[in-house]
Ligand binder design. Sequence first.
Ligand SMILES: [Ca+2]
Ligand SMILES: [Ca+2]
Length: 92
Amino acid sequence: MAAGLIALLTGACALNAQTGIAVGAGVTVAVNDRDGDGMLDAGEVQAMVERVFPPATLTGGFWDGMRASVTAAYWSKDRNRDGRLSPVELAR
Ligand SMILES: [Ca+2]
Ligand SMILES: [Ca+2]
């Protein structure tokens, strides 16, 4: 069940891909790119995950695991392993 939810969350871009992959991923980056470099770094990804699963209200090991799993799912998209997620990487 958790794996399905994670796939749903990280697959949001893929759903948008029906009308345009780059647009969906680009929006994800634009909304969460706080320093404006056009990529998501570790802090920005963490902030994005914590907005969906707020640690202040969703406490306990289950939610800790959920946050870790979603974060890991995003970083699995970091193809060039530079520690940043570009719109192109997110669109894959
Ligand atoms: Ca950034
Ligand atoms: Ca990257």
